[in-house]
Design a protein around this ligand. Structure first.
Ligand code: AGP
Length: 609
């Protein structure tokens, strides 16, 4: 997720761009850049690192101009560096981009054969060369943009300049947000309204497959065939800070709601067109790896550890490769049985968790191949691992991890299919079935997210509880742990996740009306047993919140509250169960007036052991 801003008007363009980028830094902050029309040419200035570094780099310059674009980056393809920073320029074209171009490598190959010279590892630079290619062939600027968009596959929000058109800014979007701001005699584009809310509250929200031509104080919205689309501007009433949170009260709530998109972005480009293969750049060339490994060691901390626990169920059931799971800070103290036949998989949103890094280094020392599942390009973990598979959740600002967790589960599911296919345990028909279920997941997540008002109502009833017990079985047991952690870390209410079958071995002594029990009771092969546990709690007047399958009509008579979950295969049920537990924790914490985004005593990344 990156931040884009553009301006056409009488103000000091560099100032408008830099102010806009400052307001968009929450969308990504590993490099930044601007392109400004100055003296009849497009001047590009870029810098790796936070926006302040770019500010220092251009402080002494007077880049006057009436037209420009800017970008703050959250790296997906190509590490954070000056060369990989946007804007990217090719010939007379300059581009800023937010999104993922799936077919950029094949396009880049064709363009290089035509003599185009590339200076970065990014997918975005391909767009600049493609537009320049069609423009050089004689197409007008907007036509060249349309032709290029017809060639690319993937998601984009674009701002484009052409050196031959000093009064024109073109914007286009597909699956990545982009708005057009209409001021008095001035026009703006931005990934999100906060960037320019101080200048205007009138916006056109571009839809997928639309582009906008800003020129001569006017905006024309067109489809990709060039047909004009009449669009009325909408008035936005948010203040800038609210707008950074997309109108949500906290980043955590925004990030919970973003999970369908984060999952879509994480899946993108990793399933072959015929749904027979999982595609992991770099990993799939190591044919030997799957044949040579005889064990997988998953290491992680906190929420990422819970993802690892789900990962064991997925990998063992789909690939039949033995899996061990360790908490990062425990791994090296048990003299682990790790050698060159072990694949050590370190899972970390930040890629900077000291305990997980220490475990990775211990594994390497013992000869293991190492794979990182990480959300931050160029993080320590990704740099120190043999392979890295990135989650594309975008920056996760809330300290409590939500969308990163869902995307970790998706990657673990994809890895299970990848290993299962290569180890011969998944045939083509089953692969198609498993992938078919996965591609439905974002829509199912949307359905669960839409239940948030009902979950808010339920949460309000339990705000004063002092203790919670979360119960789950099988692949959902780690989700009980995760639900308890979410509640603990933001509401400060004590909560325990437990295997439902273990309740009778002790915790049942705790059951009374004062301790709500959250039971994960979706229909799978453990359902009957979980229902027995619910009966045991019910018989002791325990208050139960059940997460149950939509078609389960009996459970309501046994519990106080039911949160319904749409049907899917059991391997994907954890992704659906997680969202209601995140929302339950969020609303209870918010009702208690806690600082949900920055809970006491916690840090977003624990870089000390
Ligand atoms: C989860 O909500 C917490 N913020 C914490 O447990 C976190 O998951 C843990 O510190 C690991 O962080 P990482 O994924 O960045 O390694």
């Amino acid at each position: 997720m990156c931040g884009i801003v553009g301006y056409l008007g009488p103000r000091e363009t560099v100032q408008v761009l830099m102010e806009g980028l400052r307001r968009l830094e929450y969308r990504g902050y590993d490099s930044a850049g601007i392109a400004v029309f100055h003296g009849g040419k497009i001047e590009v200035r870029r810098a790796q690192g936070k926006l302040t570094i770019l500010e220092e780099a251009i402080a002494g310059e007077s880049l006057e101009g009436r037209l420009g674009i800017g970008h703050t980056r959250w790296a997906t393809h190509g590490r954070p560096s000056d060369d990989n920073a946007h804007p990217h320029k090719a010939g007379s074209i300059a581009v800023v981009h937010n999104g993922i171009i799936e077919n950029y490598l094949s396009l880049k190959k064709v363009l290089m054969e035509k003599g185009h010279v590339f200076n970065s590892e990014t997918d975005t630079e391909v767009i600049a060369h493609l537009i320049d290619h069609f423009h050089r062939e004689g197409l007008p600027f907007d036509e060249a943009v349309r032709r290029a968009l017809g060639e690319i596959k993937g998601s984009y929000a674009l701002g484009v300049l052409c050196e031959k058109e000093p009064d024109k800014l073109i914007a286009a979007r597909s699956e990545s947000p982009l708005v057009v701001g209409l001021g008095e005699g001035e026009l703006f584009i931005a990934s999100d309204t906060p960037a320019v809310l101080t200048y205007t509250r009138n916006f056109i929200f571009l839809e997928d497959g639309e582009m906008a031509v800003l020129s001569g104080g006017k905006v024309e919205v067109l489809d990709l065939e060039g047909k004009s689309i009449p669009r009325e501007p909408k008035r936005v009433m948010w203040n800038p800070l609210m707008a950074e949170k997309g109108g949500y009260k906290h980043f955590m709530l925004k990030e919970i709601m973003e999970q369908p998109r984060a999952v879509t972005d994480t899946i993108r480009g990793r399933i072959s067109e015929d749904r027979s293969e999982i595609v992991f750049e770099g990993l799939d060339t190591d044919e030997k790896m799957v044949k040579e490994i005889n064990k997988i060691a998953l290491v992680a901390c906190g929420t990422s550890y819970h993802a690892a626990l789900v990962g064991r169920y997925l990998i063992e059931s789909l690939s039949r490769i033995p899996v061990e799971v360790d908490i990062g800070s425990e791994f090296r103290y048990r003299n682990p049985l790790v050698d060159e036949k072990t694949l050590l998989v370190a899972i970390s949103q930040s890629g900077e968790t000291a305990d997980t890094l220490a475990a990775l280094r211990e594994g390497r020392k013992r000869g293991a191949r190492t794979l990182a599942i990480c959300n931050v390009v160029e993080s320590s973990l990704s740099r120190e691992s043999d392979y890295t598979i990135f989650t594309y959740a975008g920056p996760e600002i809330g300290v409590a991890s939500t969308k990163a967790f869902s995307t970790q589960l998706v990657i673990l599911y994809l890895i299970s299919l990848f290993l299962g296919k290569r180890s011969g345990h998944i045939d083509h028909p089953h692969m198609e079935e498993f992938i078919g279920e996965l591609v439905k997941l974002p829509h199912l997540l949307e359905e669960v997210v839409r239940e948030h008002k009902e979950i808010e109502r339920i949460a309000r009833k339990y705000v004063h509880a002092k203790n919670f017990l979360y119960l789950g079985r099988g692949i959902n047991y780690p989700i009980a742990l995760e639900g308890a952690l979410k509640l603990k870390e933001i509401s400060y209410i004590h909560a325990e996740g437990y295997p439902a079958g273990e309740m009778k071995h002790g915790p049942i002594a705790l059951i009374d009306r004062e301790m709500p029990v959250v039971a994960l009771a979706t229909r799978d092969d453990t359902y009957e047993k979980v229902m027995n546990n619910i009966e045991e709690v019910h018989a002791r007047e325990g208050r139960i919140i059940a997460l149950a399958s939509q078609d389960d009509k009996e459970i309501a008579s046994k519990v106080e509250d039911v949160i319904s979950i749409p049907p899917t295969i059991s391997a994907l049920t954890p992704m659906l169960l997680t969202i209601p537990l995140q929302l339950l924790a969020y609303y209870i914490a918010d009702f208690k007036g806690n600082d949900v985004d920055q809970p006491r005593n916690l840090a977003k990344s624990v870089t000390v052991e």
